[in-house]
Design a protein around this ligand. Structure first.
Ligand SMILES: *Cc1c(COP(=O)(O)O)cnc(C)c1O
Length: 361
């Protein structure tokens, strides 16, 4: 067996111990004689898996009683539509445009009503987070939507926007469980799990109960109503059963790691190794404003496209894979999610240092 250091933005690296456990349980899950993949979601064995996953997530994030936890399908992109279908009662919403995912959510919102771009950082290719302390939030806005960590551009909201009393709806796909959050500051949090938690397809939503109502936009399909999932314990239909099982293992891994405070401290240490290197390098440089840097996604360039391509190629040959940046930013991007060990970041930096020596201009 030979594992690489996988810097993919998503689907992304998972803890090795979780993969090993899943492998060990593949043929016979705890004496049931079958894989979780083959198991009825109505069985008591599966009910225990999903209940434990929810319980562990609640304790990790400190989710209050008046918030529901939903496990759904369709990834984060389906939430771009479910959010307006369920929450846009006045058909008005505010979106803060800090990157491509934020923009996709905004464009989807426009299908259902008036979506305002309350702020944007498009003027400088999304390399910063705009000041959101005093936005022109409309009186009748149903919610304010943000993408909290911008996976492609590598920026992160360090302070949440002032929503002027409107519920904050946040896409946390690429930073969920990377650090503690104060759930009470949000009306709703959602995230596709394939960045920091598990296999693609599953999406987790944490929603304040008063926002889950029958009063949805006309024509909203049963499967796209939060109430359907909330009333049925995320099992109105067959849930993404195997995905939730892996998520549950990652929640357990995080608890054993020491919870989200410990994870945050580790993530800060890891990111610092990479950012400190970039800040002193004469070849590589980070592409975003320092104050807005993400702990999870680190884009960088050399300024020379041919050299960037050579770096990505040589790095892959040395076992550091998926470092090519998104086509809209170019250059490189190292995604250093929870499961990326410090050793992977240190070795990447050593490789970058060596590459720099060999290619100094
Ligand atoms: C990856 C990502 C998405 C899209 O997730 P899908 O599961 O592919 O729909 C949405 N938002 C953010 C912030 C992401 O990183």
């Amino acid at each position: 067996m030979s594992r690489v250091y996988n810097f993919s933005a998503g689907p992304a690296v998972l803890p090795e111990s979780v993969l090993q456990e899943a492998a060990a349980e593949m043929m016979d899950y705890q004496g049931t004689g079958m894989s979780v993949m083959e198991m009825s979601h109505r069985s008591s064995a599966y009910q225990k898996i999903i209940d434990t996953a929810e319980e562990d997530l609640r304790s990790l994030m400190g989710i209050p009683e008046n918030y529901k936890v939903l496990f759904m399908q369709g990834g984060a992109s389906t939430q771009f539509a479910m959010v307006p279908m369920n929450l846009m009662k006045n058909r008005v919403a505010e979106y803060i445009i800090t990157g491509q995912w934020a923009k996709k959510a905004y464009q989807e919102g426009k299908l259902y009503g008036t979506a305002y771009a309350a702020a944007s950082s498009a003027d400088r290719n999304f390399s910063y987070i705009p000041d959101c302390s005093d936005l022109p939030i409309h009186e009748d806005a149903d919610y304010v939507h943000i993408c909290e960590n911008n996976t492609i551009y590598g920026t992160k909201f360090k302070t949440l926007p002032n929503t002027k009393g409107k519920p904050l709806v946040a896409d946390l796909s690429s930073c969920i469980l990377s650090e503690p959050v104060d759930v009470t500051r949000y009306g709703m949090i959602y995230g596709g799990v394939q960045k920091n938690i598990g296999p693609a397809g599953t999406v987790i939503a944490v929603i304040r109960e008063d926002l889950i109502t029958e009063d949805v936009l006309p024509g909203t399909p049963t499967m796209l109503r939060y109430k359907t999932h909330a009333d049925n314990g995320s099992m109105y239909n067959t849930p993404p059963a195997y995905g939730i099982y892996i998520c549950g293992k990652v929640f357990r891994w995080l608890k054993e790691f020491g919870g989200l405070e410990a994870m945050q401290a580790y993530n800060e240490k890891k990111a610092k190794v990479l950012y400190d290197f970039l800040d002193q390098s004469s070849l590589f440089r980070g592409t975003v404003e320092k104050k807005d840097r993400s702990l999870m996604n680190v884009p960088f360039v050399t300024g020379d496209q041919e050299l960037d391509a050579a770096f990505v190629k040589e790095a892959a040959a040395a076992g550091f894979v998926n470092l090519k940046g998104h086509r809209t930013v170019g250059g490189m991007r190292a995604s250093i999610y929870n499961a990326m060990p410090m050793e992977g970041v240190e070795k990447l930096v050593a490789f970058m240092d060596d590459f720099e020596r060999r290619n100094r201009k």
